[in-house]
Design a protein around this ligand. Structure first.
Ligand code: KIV
Ligand code: NA
Length: 270
């Protein structure tokens, strides 16, 4: 199976009458990527790794080096899905030139196929600058976690008419600027429908209803690794419980000298 390409992903929006939704999950490690890869179209090395892997309070302290280390691991662990890497806070907002310097490092040092960056109309020039220079960009609009301090929290967006109009304008601006797709996060269903209908690139939803051209979730959220998750997360498993139970069982065995057993011990053969 050949790796999916940016044009192949882009075409999916208009394939057939009822084109199949695109499937995207986050991945941060090689083994995780290996397990998710056969089931996905795209693997996102999200800056959510700040909270999920590093225990940071938000994505703001995530660095380019962190994204590159995990991006390279995910590329090594996958061969089918298109891998894209998040541009971390502070690595791209200052100018198109700054964004190009950072994004070209990400592309060269990880082998990923595209980058994702947060922001709508304000990032249009940057998206166009990168796209025209061989760096495919996925935009991320609606609830943009790197702007948590400006937004005042992680609540759903697009509730007021003003906000609805702003996010719609963002969607149009990033599509116009050449983004090959966009993530639409945490918005009212009505807005998700309107945006998906009005742009000609795939809209990948997270907390944006079933009407988008694809869906993404943070893998650890959908696996049930965390107690507190946003309303838009569906838990497909309870990995926290599985890991906790295994650790408890192991601890018990060690304390009772029930591990290691005959099966795990080295002895001279005779
Ligand atoms: O960082 C991330 O995981 C993301 C997805 C939730 C879209 O940006
Ligand atoms: Na992100």
């Amino acid at each position: 199976m050949k790796r999916l390409t940016v044009p192949a992903i882009q075409r999916r929006k208009f394939e057939g009458n009822t084109s199949e939704p695109l499937v995207m999950l986050t991945a941060y490690t090689a083994r995780q990527a290996q397990l998710l890869d056969p089931h996905c179209d795209m693997l996102l090395v999200g800056d959510s790794l700040g909270q999920v892997i590093y225990g940071l309070p938000s994505t703001l302290a995530v660095t380019l080096d962190m994204m590159i280390a995990h991006g390279a691991a995910v590329v090594r662990g996958s061969y089918h899905s298109l891998v894209l890497v998040d541009m971390p806070f502070g690595s791209y907002e200052a100018s198109p030139q700054q964004a190009f310097a950072s994004a070209s490092r990400v592309m060269a040092e990880t082998g990923c196929a595209a980058v994702k960056l947060e922001g709508g109309a304000a990032m249009a020039d940057t998206i166009s600058f990168l796209s025209q220079r061989g760096i495919p960009v996925m935009a991320h609009i609606g609830l943009t976690p790197q702007a948590v301090n400006a937004l005042g929290g992680y609540g759903a967006r697009g509730k007021s008419q003003q906000e609805h109009a702003k996010i719609m304008a963002d969607a149009r601006a990033v599509a116009q600027a050449g983004a090959f797709a966009m993530v639409l996060e945490g918005v009212m269903e009505e807005l998700a429908v309107a945006i998906t209908d009005s742009v000609d690139v795939p809209v990948i939803g997270i907390g944006a209803s079933v009407h988008c051209d694809g869906q993404v979730l943070v893998t650890e959220d959908m696996l049930g690794m965390f107690e507190r998750v946003p309303r838009f997360v569906k838990r497909y498993d309870n990995i926290a419980e599985t890991i906790g139970n295994a650790a408890q069982h192991y601890a018990q065995d060690v304390r009772n000298r029930l591990f290691p057993t005959e099966d795990q011990v080295y002895r001279p053969k005779n």
